[in-house]
Design a binder for this molecule. Structure first.
Ligand SMILES: CC(C)(COP(=O)(O)OP(=O)(O)OC[C@H]1O[C@@H](n2cnc3c(N)ncnc32)[C@H](O)[C@@H]1OP(=O)(O)O)[C@@H](O)C(=O)NCCC(=O)NCCS
Length: 171
Protein backbone atom coordinates (compact mmCIF):
# COMPACT_ATOMS: atom_id res chain seq x y z
CA UNK A 1 0.00 0.00 0.00
CA UNK A 2 1.36 3.44 -0.93
CA UNK A 3 2.70 5.35 2.10
CA UNK A 4 0.23 8.22 1.67
CA UNK A 5 -2.71 5.80 2.01
CA UNK A 6 -4.42 4.91 5.25
CA UNK A 7 -7.31 2.50 5.69
CA UNK A 8 -9.27 2.80 8.91
CA UNK A 9 -12.70 2.61 10.49
CA UNK A 10 -15.13 5.47 9.88
CA UNK A 11 -15.45 7.99 12.69
CA UNK A 12 -18.02 10.78 13.10
CA UNK A 13 -15.40 13.36 12.05
CA UNK A 14 -15.35 11.74 8.58
CA UNK A 15 -19.06 12.43 8.02
CA UNK A 16 -18.65 15.65 5.96
CA UNK A 17 -16.15 14.03 3.56
CA UNK A 18 -18.15 10.81 3.31
CA UNK A 19 -21.40 12.70 2.69
CA UNK A 20 -19.70 14.70 -0.08
CA UNK A 21 -18.42 11.50 -1.75
CA UNK A 22 -21.80 9.78 -1.47
CA UNK A 23 -23.62 12.85 -2.78
CA UNK A 24 -21.38 12.85 -5.87
CA UNK A 25 -22.51 9.27 -6.45
CA UNK A 26 -26.17 10.31 -6.11
CA UNK A 27 -25.72 13.17 -8.58
CA UNK A 28 -24.14 10.88 -11.20
CA UNK A 29 -27.20 8.57 -11.26
CA UNK A 30 -24.96 5.56 -11.92
CA UNK A 31 -24.75 4.05 -8.44
CA UNK A 32 -27.98 4.31 -6.47
CA UNK A 33 -31.73 4.93 -6.63
CA UNK A 34 -31.22 7.53 -3.89
CA UNK A 35 -31.93 11.05 -5.17
CA UNK A 36 -31.79 13.17 -2.01
CA UNK A 37 -28.33 14.38 -0.96
CA UNK A 38 -27.39 13.19 2.51
CA UNK A 39 -26.25 15.66 5.15
CA UNK A 40 -23.13 14.99 7.22
CA UNK A 41 -25.24 14.75 10.39
CA UNK A 42 -27.57 12.16 8.84
CA UNK A 43 -24.56 10.21 7.63
CA UNK A 44 -22.94 10.29 11.08
CA UNK A 45 -26.22 9.22 12.69
CA UNK A 46 -26.79 6.32 10.28
CA UNK A 47 -23.24 4.98 10.60
CA UNK A 48 -23.30 5.59 14.36
CA UNK A 49 -26.49 3.54 14.82
CA UNK A 50 -24.98 0.44 13.24
CA UNK A 51 -21.39 0.94 14.47
CA UNK A 52 -21.49 -2.18 16.68
CA UNK A 53 -22.92 -4.48 14.03
CA UNK A 54 -21.70 -3.25 10.63
CA UNK A 55 -18.23 -2.17 9.49
CA UNK A 56 -17.63 1.16 7.75
CA UNK A 57 -14.18 1.81 6.31
CA UNK A 58 -12.60 4.94 4.91
CA UNK A 59 -9.47 5.33 2.81
CA UNK A 60 -7.39 8.46 3.32
CA UNK A 61 -5.02 9.67 0.66
CA UNK A 62 -2.52 12.28 1.82
CA UNK A 63 -4.73 12.97 4.85
CA UNK A 64 -7.98 13.37 2.91
CA UNK A 65 -10.84 10.87 2.96
CA UNK A 66 -11.30 9.79 -0.68
CA UNK A 67 -13.13 6.44 -0.48
CA UNK A 68 -15.68 4.78 1.75
CA UNK A 69 -17.22 1.31 1.96
CA UNK A 70 -19.76 0.00 4.42
CA UNK A 71 -22.24 -2.74 5.10
CA UNK A 72 -25.83 -2.40 6.25
CA UNK A 73 -28.77 -4.62 7.16
CA UNK A 74 -30.08 -6.91 4.42
CA UNK A 75 -33.32 -8.07 6.10
CA UNK A 76 -34.44 -8.16 9.74
CA UNK A 77 -35.44 -11.87 9.62
CA UNK A 78 -33.18 -14.00 11.83
CA UNK A 79 -32.34 -16.50 9.08
CA UNK A 80 -30.67 -13.69 7.16
CA UNK A 81 -28.64 -12.37 10.09
CA UNK A 82 -25.36 -13.27 8.39
CA UNK A 83 -26.15 -11.37 5.19
CA UNK A 84 -25.27 -7.71 4.72
CA UNK A 85 -25.72 -5.21 1.91
CA UNK A 86 -22.51 -3.53 0.85
CA UNK A 87 -21.70 -0.20 -0.80
CA UNK A 88 -18.51 1.50 -1.97
CA UNK A 89 -17.94 5.05 -3.17
CA UNK A 90 -14.77 6.81 -4.33
CA UNK A 91 -14.41 10.58 -4.80
CA UNK A 92 -14.63 11.41 -8.50
CA UNK A 93 -11.08 12.76 -8.76
CA UNK A 94 -9.61 9.75 -6.97
CA UNK A 95 -11.09 6.95 -9.09
CA UNK A 96 -9.11 4.46 -11.16
CA UNK A 97 -6.18 4.19 -8.72
CA UNK A 98 -7.22 1.07 -6.85
CA UNK A 99 -8.85 2.92 -3.94
CA UNK A 100 -12.29 1.40 -4.50
CA UNK A 101 -10.66 -1.99 -4.46
CA UNK A 102 -8.83 -1.15 -1.23
CA UNK A 103 -12.00 0.09 0.48
CA UNK A 104 -14.20 -2.82 -0.65
CA UNK A 105 -11.55 -5.46 0.15
CA UNK A 106 -11.18 -3.95 3.63
CA UNK A 107 -14.91 -3.97 4.30
CA UNK A 108 -15.13 -7.58 3.05
CA UNK A 109 -12.42 -8.58 5.56
CA UNK A 110 -14.10 -6.62 8.35
CA UNK A 111 -17.51 -8.18 7.58
CA UNK A 112 -15.99 -11.66 7.59
CA UNK A 113 -14.36 -10.99 10.96
CA UNK A 114 -17.76 -9.90 12.33
CA UNK A 115 -19.20 -13.27 11.32
CA UNK A 116 -21.21 -12.33 8.23
CA UNK A 117 -21.52 -15.18 5.74
CA UNK A 118 -22.61 -13.25 2.67
CA UNK A 119 -22.44 -9.78 1.15
CA UNK A 120 -24.93 -8.70 -1.48
CA UNK A 121 -25.29 -5.60 -3.58
CA UNK A 122 -27.24 -4.30 -6.55
CA UNK A 123 -25.49 -2.68 -9.50
CA UNK A 124 -26.91 -0.83 -12.48
CA UNK A 125 -25.86 -2.83 -15.59
CA UNK A 126 -24.17 0.23 -17.12
CA UNK A 127 -21.94 0.73 -14.04
CA UNK A 128 -18.91 -0.96 -15.63
CA UNK A 129 -16.49 0.18 -12.91
CA UNK A 130 -18.58 -1.29 -10.10
CA UNK A 131 -19.21 -4.54 -11.96
CA UNK A 132 -15.51 -4.97 -12.65
CA UNK A 133 -14.53 -4.06 -9.09
CA UNK A 134 -17.00 -6.55 -7.62
CA UNK A 135 -15.95 -9.28 -10.06
CA UNK A 136 -12.26 -8.87 -9.19
CA UNK A 137 -13.09 -9.20 -5.49
CA UNK A 138 -15.01 -12.44 -5.89
CA UNK A 139 -18.61 -11.30 -6.22
CA UNK A 140 -20.83 -13.40 -8.51
CA UNK A 141 -23.48 -11.82 -10.70
CA UNK A 142 -26.61 -13.73 -9.69
CA UNK A 143 -28.99 -12.25 -12.21
CA UNK A 144 -30.80 -9.18 -13.40
CA UNK A 145 -33.84 -7.58 -11.81
CA UNK A 146 -35.69 -6.12 -14.76
CA UNK A 147 -37.31 -2.72 -14.27
CA UNK A 148 -36.40 -2.78 -10.59
CA UNK A 149 -37.16 0.88 -10.01
CA UNK A 150 -37.52 4.25 -11.66
CA UNK A 151 -34.82 6.89 -11.42
CA UNK A 152 -35.91 10.32 -12.62
CA UNK A 153 -38.94 8.59 -14.14
CA UNK A 154 -36.87 6.10 -16.15
CA UNK A 155 -37.00 2.34 -15.55
CA UNK A 156 -33.66 0.89 -14.47
CA UNK A 157 -32.53 -2.72 -14.26
CA UNK A 158 -30.28 -3.96 -11.45
CA UNK A 159 -27.77 -6.78 -11.33
CA UNK A 160 -27.70 -8.59 -8.00
CA UNK A 161 -24.26 -9.69 -6.86
CA UNK A 162 -23.27 -11.92 -3.95
CA UNK A 163 -20.04 -12.91 -2.27
CA UNK A 164 -19.88 -15.74 0.23
CA UNK A 165 -17.71 -15.28 3.32
CA UNK A 166 -16.40 -17.33 6.22
CA UNK A 167 -18.41 -20.41 7.12
CA UNK A 168 -20.52 -20.19 3.93
CA UNK A 169 -17.38 -20.80 1.87
CA UNK A 170 -16.68 -24.10 3.63
CA UNK A 171 -19.98 -25.32 5.04
C1 LIG B 1 -17.16 1.83 -8.68
C2 LIG B 1 -16.03 2.56 -7.98
C3 LIG B 1 -16.21 2.40 -6.45
C4 LIG B 1 -14.69 1.93 -8.40
O1 LIG B 1 -13.66 2.50 -7.63
P1 LIG B 1 -12.23 2.85 -8.29
O2 LIG B 1 -11.33 3.26 -7.21
O3 LIG B 1 -12.43 3.80 -9.40
O4 LIG B 1 -11.81 1.43 -8.90
P2 LIG B 1 -10.39 0.73 -8.83
O5 LIG B 1 -9.35 1.69 -9.34
O6 LIG B 1 -10.20 0.17 -7.47
O7 LIG B 1 -10.57 -0.42 -9.91
C5 LIG B 1 -11.21 -1.64 -9.60
C6 LIG B 1 -11.36 -2.45 -10.86
O8 LIG B 1 -12.34 -1.84 -11.70
C7 LIG B 1 -11.77 -1.50 -12.97
N1 LIG B 1 -12.33 -0.22 -13.36
C8 LIG B 1 -12.19 0.98 -12.74
N2 LIG B 1 -12.88 1.94 -13.40
C9 LIG B 1 -13.45 1.32 -14.47
C10 LIG B 1 -14.31 1.77 -15.51
N3 LIG B 1 -14.70 3.05 -15.58
N4 LIG B 1 -14.73 0.85 -16.43
C11 LIG B 1 -14.35 -0.44 -16.35
N5 LIG B 1 -13.55 -0.94 -15.36
C12 LIG B 1 -13.11 -0.05 -14.45
C13 LIG B 1 -10.29 -1.40 -12.73
O9 LIG B 1 -9.54 -1.60 -13.90
C14 LIG B 1 -10.09 -2.50 -11.72
O10 LIG B 1 -10.11 -3.77 -12.36
P3 LIG B 1 -8.76 -4.64 -12.47
O11 LIG B 1 -8.41 -4.96 -11.02
O12 LIG B 1 -9.16 -5.80 -13.26
O13 LIG B 1 -7.75 -3.72 -13.12
C15 LIG B 1 -15.99 4.07 -8.36
O14 LIG B 1 -15.97 4.16 -9.77
C16 LIG B 1 -17.15 4.88 -7.84
O15 LIG B 1 -17.09 5.40 -6.72
N6 LIG B 1 -18.23 5.00 -8.65
C17 LIG B 1 -19.41 5.77 -8.23
C18 LIG B 1 -20.12 5.08 -7.09
C19 LIG B 1 -20.45 3.63 -7.43
O16 LIG B 1 -20.81 3.31 -8.56
N7 LIG B 1 -20.41 2.77 -6.40
C20 LIG B 1 -20.75 1.38 -6.56
C21 LIG B 1 -22.20 1.16 -6.35
S1 LIG B 1 -22.57 0.75 -4.64
Amino acid sequence: MAPELQVRAFSAADAPAVAAIYNQGIAERIATFETEPRSPSTMAEQFGKRADTHPAIVVEQAGEVVAVAWTSEYRPRRAYAGIAETSVYVAKDARGQGLGRLALASVIDAAERKGFWKLVSRIFPENAASRRLCATLGFREVGVYHRHGKLDGVWRDCIIVERLLGEALNP
